[in-house]
Unconditional design. Structure first.
Ligand SMILES: NC(=O)c1ccc[n+]([C@@H]2O[C@H](COP(=O)([O-])OP(=O)(O)OC[C@H]3O[C@@H](n4cnc5c(N)ncnc54)[C@H](O)[C@@H]3O)[C@@H](O)[C@H]2O)c1
Length: 316
């Protein structure tokens, strides 16, 4: 019986793109990966290197190098082409260059006949995701940014250390911008299904040392902590990308905090921001609207306003 091959393109064969490819190969997430880079030799070299993993993996993933115009048959295109902030810059400072790169890449991919799902990691990811939607003209469900998926993972890791619990037994989200204005929706953080705020109230003495503001700040700063030491982050985001792609290709309906184009959810439209969403073979199947507290909703609105201002500045 002929089985349809699951195919993924990764644009940007740098640290994030190759971490994503490596993660997908080791988890047997797809059948074929095409690596693309503006330096073609780099894509070819990584494709060769990655293809030599195969003797040691559970299933074969064919890896090749290709060009933007070759994405017609792909199920997913992952966008990691871009730059990292220089010392003293924020992710938003990358915007001008990112817009140029993204417009060129996306228009060429779409002109080549690609009709699958875009998954975006390039920074500033919320705005790049918005630009991808705009340039591609795709319905909003087929354009997904990694958003606050990585921040949510960092939050769970921090909480797992504080509470001596497996991070996968913690549920909760960082929301809003993947950047300075993100926040933790504490009202929806649970450990083993029990609301964290109830746990703290019930065991005041035992968890007296737990400082939620500090944990939220550490969540936000985690990327910078890595960045100031080695100048990039790659493995966490590589796995986040692979996790999103897996949920699409296997139609898993995982709930992941991704950057989604908002169409009225949380009172927002005309912007992409980190929200929990159900990810399946159609891309974003549904954006979850949590009942945020008044204060959390205020933080979400503020974060979206910052992103909207950045988008508006691009147009002037
Ligand atoms: N969303 C997140 O959480 C997150 C985390 C880490 C990094 N990032 C972002 O991911 C992007 C990549 O980071 P990295 O560390 O892999 O950088 P990198 O410099 O290692 O790799 C980027 C690659 O993109 C390629 N490239 C640039 N312009 C291109 C174009 N027009 N067409 C094809 N290829 C092109 C470069 O040649 C390079 O190989 C950056 O924008 C970075 O800020 C996002």
């Amino acid at each position: 019986m002929a089985k349809k091959a699951r195919k993924v393109t990764i644009v940007g064969s740098g640290l994030v793109g190759t971490a994503c490819a490596y993660s997908m190969i080791n988890q047997s997430i797809c059948d074929e990966i095409m690596m693309i880079d503006r330096t073609y030799d780099r894509a070819v070299a990584h494709a060769l290197d990655l293809s030599h993993c195969m003797d040691f993996t559970q299933a074969r993933t064919k890896v090749s190098a290709g060009r933007l115009e070759d994405c017609r048959d792909m199920d997913v295109v992952v966008l990691t082409a871009g730059a990292n902030p220089k010392p003293g810059q924020t992710r938003l400072d990358l915007l001008e260059e990112a817009e140029k790169i993204t417009r060129d890449i996306v228009s060429r991919i779409v002109a080549g006949g690609f009709d699958g799902v875009f998954v975006v990691a390039a920074n500033p990811v919320d705005i790049v995701t918005y630009i991808v939607r705009e340039v591609s003209g795709f319905p909003r469900n087929r354009v997904i940014g990694t958003g606050t998926s990585i921040d949510s993972a960092r939050l769970k890791t921090l909480l797992s250390e504080v509470f001596s619990i497996d991070p996968r037994s913690v549920n909760g989200y960082a929301m809003g911008e993947h950047g300075e204005s993100q926040f933790v929706a504490w009202s929806h953080v649970t450990i083993g299904g029990k609301p964290l705020l109830h746990i703290l109230e019930q065991h005041q003495e035992r968890f007296r040392h737990v400082n939620l503001d500090e944990i939220a700040q550490k969540t936000k700063d985690a990327g910078w902590e890595i960045f100031t030491r080695k100048g990039n982050t790659q493995f966490g985001i590589g796995n986040a990308l692979a996790y999103i792609v897996r949920s699409i290709l296997n139609d898993e309906h995982k709930i992941i905090a991704v950057s989604a184009v908002l169409e009225g959810e949380y009172g927002q439209a005309g912007v992409c921001a980190g929200v929990p969403a159900i990810i399946g073979d159609g891309g974003i199947e549904e954006v979850l609207e949590l009942n945020l507290t008044w204060e959390e909703q205020g933080k979400f609105t503020r974060s979206c306003e910052i992103l909207k201002t950045a988008i508006a500045n691009l147009r002037t």
